[in-house]
Each structure stands twice: as C-alpha cells, then as structure tokens.
Design a protein around this ligand. Structure first.
Ligand code: 5CA
Ligand code: ZN
Length: 412
C-alpha cells in the first residue's frame, strides 16, 4: 500500500558518529554499524482507532534512528507494516456495526496524515497484512513441512508454531516461563487452549470461521494469518535475513517480537533475526499505558484539529528518553510549545555562537542511544546564548535550523 509523503531532509556538513543503540536481546548498548544499506523493520498500527501519542512516540523514535543512519552516510531501507486484519479490528468493526475494511482504510489514511504532520520520514515499503497473505501462507506451509508447526486436531484448521523447534526461544525477552504464559494471555495469545503441544505455541494460521473474512491458504485451507508470522514474513520478504533493527514499543517484546524472531530464524536458519531489537517506552495518560483497549487516549488528529502545532507535539515527546515509560500531560505539551517558540526566535537571530560545535554536540547526544533530552538541552543552550546576543557567527542560526530539521525532525 502507499506510505505517506515525506518532506525534504536538509543535508549537513560532516557526518554523525556511529549510532549506539540499546539491544533488548544483549541487554546493553552496542554500535549499530550497518555494512551497506541499513535495514529496519518497525511494527506499525492495527488500524481500528486513530493514532494516539503512544504510536506517535514510537514512530518518532525510529524516525530518529533513520535520521542518524542517514546522517552517518548509510542508505536506509525501512519497512513498516499495517496489521489490517486481526481480532481487535474485527471486534471493533462488529461493535460499531461497520465494515472492517472501511474501518481499516479510514484509520490507516488518518495515520498517514498524522505521520506527515509529525514529519516522520516515510518507510520505503508500507505493507499490509492482507496484501501479504499468499507469502505468509507459504511460510506457514514451509514451517509445517519442516516439522516446526502443526494443525490442531479439533477441526478448526488452526495451525500453531512449535516453540520447542526454536532452541533459543526466550533469548530476546529474558522472561521466566510463568511470565511468558501470563503475557501471552494478556497480549493476544491463548496459553489455555486445549490441544496445543505447549501453552506458549503461537497461532500461525486461523482456519475460516463463520462471519469472519478468510483467504485461500492452499493446503492450509481458507483462513487468515496469525500476528507474529505476519511481521516475520513482511520483514524477510523485503529486507532479507539478519536485519539491523527490529523495532516497536516495549509492549511488543513478548510475545510478538520473540515469536516473530523465532519464526524468521526457523524459516531461514539464520540468527539472530535482528542485530538490534529496539523497544520504545510506553506513553501513559493518568497513570496507565495509553491503549486503545483502555480508551485513555490523546489522538494526534484531535490535537491537530485543535490547532496544536505538530512540532510542539514532537518536541513534547522528544523531551523524555525513548526507552523510558513516560506520562503525557498538559505540561509536556506546554513545554513543547515554549521550546518551539524560543527555538524559532533564536533561529531568526542575525548571528549566534559557533554552529559547528553545536552541530557535533547534537550529533553526539543522538548517537548515544538516541539521547534526545540531551540534544534538546544543547539546542536550548545555544538558543539562550543567541537570544542574549552571544557569539558572532552569522551562519550559525541557519545551521541550527537545518540541524534540528535534519536530525530531530523539527521544522522551525
Ligand atoms: N500492529 C501491531 C504491531 S505489528 C500493533 O502493536 N499495533 S498498535 O496499533 O497497537 O501499535 C502500533 C505501534 O505503537 C507498535 O509499535 C506499538 O508497540 C506502539 N505503541 C502502542 N501503544 C503505545 C504506547 N502507549 N506508547 C508507545 N508506543 C505504543
Ligand atoms: Zn509487528
């Protein structure tokens, strides 16, 4: 499907140092130094409701990864999916008496508008689950043929992956078995289901049910894909094995990313699936994770409708470190607005302190596991100095504006 329209990214003198990123599997910060083009797969929306600030924060996080790689001289191939068929989408459509396809198309269109307004560089490939079904079904058949998947014997046609066939299962999330069972139950899995070989085995293919859409699965029979195999297939198809970054919010670490990686590694024999498994913290509201199921949401489109500058939203989300779970409050937005106004005033100064030192300090902060709060502090300090009349570099204000545009996605 089509992605959204991107904005031009200004070029800067020099290059960023190599990006260092936290990897959930190795539990530490390691250099991400792609050889050749950098490859990144990020888990996108399930389009049954509008884009909220949690989605926006995660998309901004991986937008910074892409910006830093590009600034370090790496061409980037970025893929993002849309889970345009899954239980939550069908449940919402049926609750509201709406066609699931119309709901998915409408919310995906709104997401594109929100991403454009937030100046997120679009992915090279924006791919729906539905358009990927023939390939996903092929992978499920391959897993059955390899003895790594099985069909339940209850007549449903449901196919499960054998976690026992992935010897390192759990290497990414480092959870105990009890924790995995509990999280599976919370996050779309079915550990209690009778007939599975292991409660942790995830669904690969759901046989057709009355009243649900279904697609031809060849030997699998009609049905629809499971969630984790969707992302594994889209990533493998467009990026090949051993990608540089597999990304998403930290709510996806288990079971989604653990299972996607296990599927991909079992299919290809290459491990790890990703050199870095990168997880963004959860944005919360009123003390709870912002989530469609809880309904405690602030929508990007609502803020835009209220005339809020998307750049102030972006600055609000960048003010906390991407890995920390953090709250969205009115104050966060207010600070974003104030910062944006100060930066705009400073960028229109006739001169300022040297732009070169400023640029390398911003690059250094971001290359250090995307330390956006420190990068913002560097820009704040430069702006205060420029507004106080310090420094006499007439080229500095323009370089400052280009820097925050190219590296932070903030258009002044
Ligand atoms: N379609 C699946 C991924 S394949 C999905 O999780 N969809 S989603 O709509 O629930 O979330 C889209 C992206 O936003 C995911 O990367 C998810 O981890 C992230 N996300 C969801 N809620 C939040 C939140 N409150 N804060 C930060 N990121 C979030
Ligand atoms: Zn995913």
């Amino acid at each position: 499907m089509d992605a959204w329209v991107g904005h031009e990214v200004p070029s800067l003198p020099g290059t960023s140092p190599a990006l260092r990123l936290y990897d959930s599997a190795r539990r530490g910060v390691f250099e991400s130094a792609p050889s050749g083009p950098a490859t990144m797969y990020v888990c996108g929306i399930t389009p049954y409701d509008a884009t909220h600030l949690g989605h926006a924060a995660t998309m901004i996080t991986f937008d910074l990864v892409q910006r830093l790689w590009r600034d370090a001289g790496h061409p980037v191939t970025y893929v993002q999916n849309v889970t345009d068929i899954d239980d939550p989408l069908l449940e919402r459509a049926s609750r509201d008496g709406e066609d699931w396809l119309v709901l998915a198309m409408r919310e995906t269109a709104l997401f594109r508008e929100d991403m454009e307004a937030l100046r997120i560089i679009p992915p090279a490939h924006y791919v729906g689950a539905v358009e990927s079904i023939p390939r996903i079904a092929g992978h499920v058949r391959d897993l059955i043929a390899a003895g790594c998947a099985y069909t339940l014997e209850d007549g449903t046609g449901d196919v499960y992956f054998k976690v026992a066939s992935a010897p390192d299962f759990g290497y990414e999330s480092h959870l105990s078995r009890d924790e995995m069972v509990a999280l599976s139950a919370e996050r779309g899995g079915d550990p209690e289901r009778a007939g599975k070989l292991d409660p942790l085995d995830p669904l690969l293919w759901r046989g057709a049910r009355d009243g649900e859409p279904a697609w031809d699965g060849g030997d699998l029979g009609p049905g629809r894909p499971g969630w984790h195999i969707e992302c594994a297939t889209i990533a493998l198809t467009l990026l090949g094995t051993t990608i540089d970054v597999q990304g998403g919010g930290n709510d996806l670490l288990y079971p989604h990313h653990e299972c996607s990686a296990a599927h991909a590694e079992t299919l290809t024999g290459d491990r790890p699936f990703a050199r870095h498994f990168v997880h963004a913290g959860m944005i919360g509201l009123d003390g709870a994770k912002m989530s469609k199921s809880k309904g405690n949401l602030v929508f990007v489109s609502r803020l835009r409708g209220d005339g809020v500058d998307p750049m102030a939203v972006r600055l609000g989300l960048l003010a906390g470190h991407y890995r920390s779970d953090r709250e969205w409050t009115d104050d966060v937005l207010k600070t974003g607005h104030q910062r944006l106004a100060r930066w705009r005033t400073a960028a229109s100064s006739a001169s300022g302190p040297s732009g070169e030192g400023f640029l390398s300090a911003v690059r250094e902060a971001l290359a250090d596991d995307l330390d956006a709060p420190s990068a913002l502090a560097v820009v704040d300090a430069w702006s205060e100095a420029a507004m106080a009349g310090a420094g006499d570099d007439p080229a500095a204000p323009a370089l400052m504006a280009r820097t925050v545009d190219a590296l932070l996605g903030i258009r002044l």
